[in-house]
Design a protein around this ligand. Structure first.
Ligand code: 4AD
Ligand code: MG
Length: 479
């Protein structure tokens, strides 16, 4: 008999029909009731065994975490809690699990801390929370491709190994196959990368944007969706050394069109998750609500997870300039009472406490900040008329802070050259990028969405390590 996935069985249960299900035992009560989960859904199916019908030896092997195949007839359930159950006629033990081993793992059926779960990244997939998170992560990825495809964007694969530092922050991982003990040296003692694999120094990409711009200036609208790497030593709940980014790039778009695209895109993702991940979302929503109930009133979220998603979809994002935001911050009672750790003045790089104040206290909705000082943003951003600011935009989300960074790009060759000089970026190394400004250069714009930060928002998880299967953070690449 062919096996049926639990998700499909639950969608269309036929009482009286025989089914074969395969999965992992979540619990086996009273030598009679098996809760089986196969990962296709957060829901388990209850299977009922008549213990007189089976060998003691077989029943002993039905332990938490063991893999079994159960054949049986679907019957209306006698008990409460489920409408139907599987009356088991045959049991196949597929993979045993030693109860003593299970005892020390996250598969032990009780509540575990997320920290403990993180130490067992290989097993945490088996828990309800991580099952839900990773099914939703998949749905978000799918929604993203769906969104761009339906709007006529082309999915572009940009390189992972690159010679450029797109963001100019110098936070790159070097890629080399030189002998670390005995690398070829230049006369001045520095490593001679001309003898390295690619004949030059290369690193893991921090962004696919520069390459995406090339394609956008030919294909019109493209997007990337790939891994990016940053060697920033920030051990926060929002930073990974390896994360995924989505970077759309659109020819002829200005900053306003860029903001409209971002807002529409983020709303689409939230709506998609509400429409397609109901069971998992409800589980995470209730999980969060239970946790919130443990906290003092003033530390609780004002909205539940599902309400936050509904809120994003239903409300316009607040748009204001960086300069206006600085004014708002300086005029806030929070500032006057000296409650910010970092000072506020025009020209500063906003700290996450400032961003979160704007989103969570002042406007209470997603915020798009635009037109930042040129000095604190990347070289490729388009210079504004005032000569001081650039056509940048950051989208700030409640509970997350910056979720999107983007801009209109500098399409004027002469100004771009000046910017390279000002930022100490050797123009020659970027000749292929500069070239696009010589052959029919047009205004264009794009942005980068941090995929894990988006998954955090739609799952309510508060640590980025809990929304990527195998987190890479400083001193951590175990799994
Ligand atoms: O603001 P960033 O650095 O922008 C860029 O890389 C541009 N090239 C994007 C573009 O215009 N095409 O990064 C974009 C987003 C951030 O807003 C954040 O959500 C996420 O990427 N991000 C990180 N996520 C997890 N861990 C990190 N270390 C991250 N750094 C950035
Ligand atoms: Mg940024």
């Amino acid at each position: 008999m062919e096996r049926v996935k639990i998700v499909d069985l639950i969608k269309d249960p036929k009482i009286g029909q025989e089914y074969l299900v395969k999965g992992w035992v979540r619990a086996f009560r009273s030598n009679r009731f098996i809760q089986l989960n196969d990962g296709s859904t957060i829901n388990t199916i209850q299977a009922v065994v008549d213990f007189e019908q089976f060998d003691e030896a077989i029943l002993k092997k039905i332990t938490t975490a063991a893999a079994v195949g159960l054949t049986g007839t679907l019957v209306a359930s006698q008990g409460t809690g489920q409408a139907f159950e599987l009356q088991v006629s045959a049991i196949e033990i597929i993979g045993e699990a030693n109860p003593d081993d299970v005892q020390r793992t996250v598969m032990q059926p009780k509540k575990h801390s997320l920290e403990f779960l993180r130490e067992q990244a290989h097993l945490r997939f088996r828990t309800n929370t991580f099952g839900a998170v990773f099914r939703i992560r998949h749905a978000v990825a799918y929604a993203i491709h769906h969104y761009f495809n339906s709007k006529g964007f082309f999915y572009l694969h940009t390189p992972i190994i690159t010679g450029s530092d797109a963001e100019g922050a110098g936070e790159m991982f070097r890629v080399t196959n030189l002998d670390p003990k005995n690398p070829p040296l230049n006369e001045d003692g520095s490593v001679n990368y001309k003898e390295d694999f690619f004949g030059k120094a290369v690193n893991l990409t921090v962004s696919g944007q520069l390459e995406a711009e090339l394609a956008a200036l030919a294909l019109g609208q493209v997007y990337t969706f790939g891994p990016t790497f940053r060697a920033e030593n920030s051990n926060t709940s929002r930073h990974l050394a390896e994360f995924w980014m989505i970077e759309p790039e659109v020819a002829f778009n200005d900053l306003r069109a860029n903001m409209n695209l971002t807002e529409d895109f983020l709303k689409f993702i939230c709506q998609y998750v509400m429409d397609n991940c109901e069971d998992d979302l409800k589980f995470l929503n209730d999980r969060e609500s239970q946790e919130q109930a443990q906290k003092p009133q003033n530390e609780r979220n004002e909205l539940s997870l599902i309400e936050r998603l509904q809120f994003v979809v239903a409300n316009e994002f607040k748009r204001l300039t960086y300069t206006e935001a600085i004014e708002v911050l300086k005029n806030s009672s929070h500032y006057k009472k000296k409650k910010f750790k970092y000072d506020v003045s025009w020209g500063i790089d906003l700290q996450s406490e400032h961003e979160r104040y704007l989103v969570e206290k002042e406007f209470k909705c997603p915020v798009i900040l635009t037109d930042y000082p040129a000095e604190i943003k990347a070289f490729y951003m388009r210079q504004n008329e005032d000569g001081k600011t650039v056509a940048a935009m950051d989208v700030l989300f409640p509970g997350i802070g910056e979720i999107v960074g983007g801009s209109q790009r500098e399409e004027r060759l002469d100004i771009l050259k000046e910017k390279c000089a000002a930022f100490n970026i050797p123009e020659e190394e970027l000749w292929w990028y500069m070239d696009t400004r010589k052959f029919g250069s047009v205004p264009h714009a794009g942005f980068g969405l941090g995929f894990e930060r988006m998954v955090m928002f739609v799952t309510g998880m508060t640590n980025i390590r809990d929304v990527i299967p195998f987190p890479r953070t400083p001193l951590n690449a175990e799994f």
